[in-house]
Design a protein around this ligand. Structure first.
Ligand code: NAD
Length: 494
């Protein structure tokens, strides 16, 4: 026990934090099977090979999903081309903006249904889908609706920017609705049409979004969704009728896509993986930094590209900080994503559960002290990992170098700002980082030296549609959000 602990009165909290269940009760209609959304209509798809989308909190199938074939992709791209040539590409920005506002409002109106469906399909707590994913998705459409008639002000020097045509967009499973909004809103505001492939483990919120697009009277073909896994995604990005590829997902798949479209003239943006560093100086407000660290790595079960998965803590306060962190993490509630008290939901799939547990094992084998981990007090069914802290790790350890994409924090220490910066930048990625200090001069100095597309000061995982987001190095290129998020969808001015 250190000095700080000796001074602190030891409270007996046993039972004090037990809460009665607070189940979400809003019903949501789920069909038995979903095909695709092409040319304004739900269609069956041409392949007989359906797959299941599974509730990660129970391991039970929720619905059957069609596998998009090259023919389905071709139909969708042709519908998007027609809609671009005949309607959307010619429509004045002011009119396009009205559709985006309508979509945003309808997302708000159906927000509870979207939140419930997303929690069921993804495993993330309703507290997060209700308060973060869905409101941010609506905010993204509102924000870009405002740009639709002001594009001449979004680019320098009096040019008149033009849309690119048909966009092929592929998204991951960690923020299914939000990633769809990040992709669709700027593409539509700039006058492009879209074929989007949702992730294979989380297609349901896109299917509900398709209903919302119908309710908003969006002209047929402007947005098309084709379901399926990697093969369907490859068919989409490789289709000769696609003018721009927008991908969010792993660095490995991003590399494959870049190889497949090299020399085609297709424009591309890549939002890829990360290994964010969270740098905490001894002069920081430590309890706030503890909350920020938790938000940085355990939000959304750590399924966050910009997760602060490496904690760099100044040596003098390291022991006390980790002790405070563990005390706080111990009281996080893990369990039913549809319970409003739940902090930590389920891991998205059996496959991802295996990956996270494999990394925790590797950490232990390489010498890490593993706190919590995959075993222990978790629900009997479904896929769960308790928030895990790895201490006694080295810069060269696998768990420090590779993206785990789960609730696993590796803790390292430093003595000087230079050492903190050197360690934080010693990664192939460059998506996000955080710095904690009470000294603004130190915050600015360190933040400017960190190689990351986004750096938060005295905070983490803070998002706003007006603020650009994106990576450096193997975390990708291009920006989403803000005025910068319009540029990858515009031509005729560069
Ligand atoms: P993933 O790369 O396995 O899959 C992403 C999407 O690509 C899925 O829809 C998948 O079906 C599709 N896909 C797979 N192979 C393909 C191919 N050959 N061609 C075209 N599409 C293909 O990633 P994931 O496991 O779904 O998501 C996790 C990854 O996404 C993490 O690495 C995370 O960091 C990253 N991510 C990045 C950001 C960002 O903004 N930088 C945001 C969220 C997630």
């Amino acid at each position: 026990m250190n000095k700080a602990q000796e001074k602190r009165p030891q409270l007996d909290l046993a039972g004090a934090l037990d809460l009665a269940p607070a189940p979400e009760r809003v019903p949501v209609a789920i069909k038995k099977r979903y095909g695709h959304f092409i040319d304004g209509a739900f269609v069956d798809g041409t392949d007989a090979e359906d797959f299941d989308t599974v509730n990660p909190a129970t391991g039970q199938a929720i619905a059957k999903i069609a596998t998009g074939t090259a023919d389905d992709v071709d139909r969708a791209v042709k519908a998007a081309r027609k809609a671009y040539d005949e309607v959307w590409g010619k429509m004045p920005g002011k009119e396009r903006g009205k559709y985006l506002y309508r979509i945003a409002r309808r997302i708000q109106e159906r927000s509870r249904e979207l939140a419930v469906l997303e929690s069921m399909d993804n495993g993330k707590p309703i507290r997060e889908t209700r308060d973060i994913d869905v409101p941010n998705a609506a905010a993204h459409f509102f924000y870009y609706a405002g740009w639709a008639d002001k594009l001449a002000y979004a680019v320098p020097g009096g040019y008149s920017p033009k849309p690119l045509g048909v966009c092929g967009q592929v998204i991951p499973w960690n923020f299914p609705l939000l990633m769809a909004a990040w992709k669709l809103a700027p593409a539509l505001a700039t006058g492009n049409t879209v074929v989007l492939k949702p992730a294979e483990t989380t297609p349901l919120s896109a299917m509900l979004l398709a209903e919302i697009l119908q309710e908003a009277d969006l002209p047929p073909g402007v947005v098309n969704f084709v379901n399926g896994a990697g093969k369907t995604g490859a068919a989409l990005v490789g289709h000769s009728g696609v003018d721009k590829v927008a991908f969010t997902g792993s660095t490995d798949v991003g590399r494959k896509i870049m190889r497949s479209i090299a020399g085609t003239g297709k424009k591309a943006t890549m939002e890829l993986g990360g290994k964010g560093a969270h740098v905490v100086f001894a002069d920081a407000a430590l309890d706030q930094a503890v909350e920020g660290t938790i938000n940085g790595i355990f939000f959304n079960q750590g399924h966050v590209c910009c997760a602060g998965s490496r904690l760099l803590i100044e040596e003098g306060v390291a022991e006390e900080f980790v002790e405070r962190l563990k005390r706080r993490v111990e009281v996080l509630r893990i369990g039913d994503p549809l319970d409003k008290n739940t902090d930590i939901g389920a891991i998205n799939s059996a496959e991802q559960h295996k990956t996270v547990c494999k990394y925790i094992d590797i950490g232990g084998q390489e010498g890490a002290e593993v706190w919590q981990g995959c075993a222990g007090d978790v629900p009997a069914k479904g896929f769960w990992v308790r928030p895990t802290i790895l201490t006694n790790v080295q810069q060269s350890d696998t768990v420090v170098r590779e993206e785990i994409f789960g609730p696993v924090l590796s803790v390292l220490t430093f003595r000087t700002p230079d050492e903190a910066v050197a360690k934080a930048n010693d990664t192939e990625y460059g998506l996000a980082a955080g710095v904690w200090s009470e000294k603004t001069s130190k915050l600015f100095d360190v933040a400017h030296r960190l190689n990351a597309g986004v750096v938060w000061a005295n905070g983490y995982n803070l998002f706003d549609p007006a603020s650009p987001f994106g990576g450096l190095r193997h975390s990708g290129f291009g920006r989403e959000g803000g005025i910068h998020g319009l540029w990858p969808y515009l031509g005729g001015w560069q």
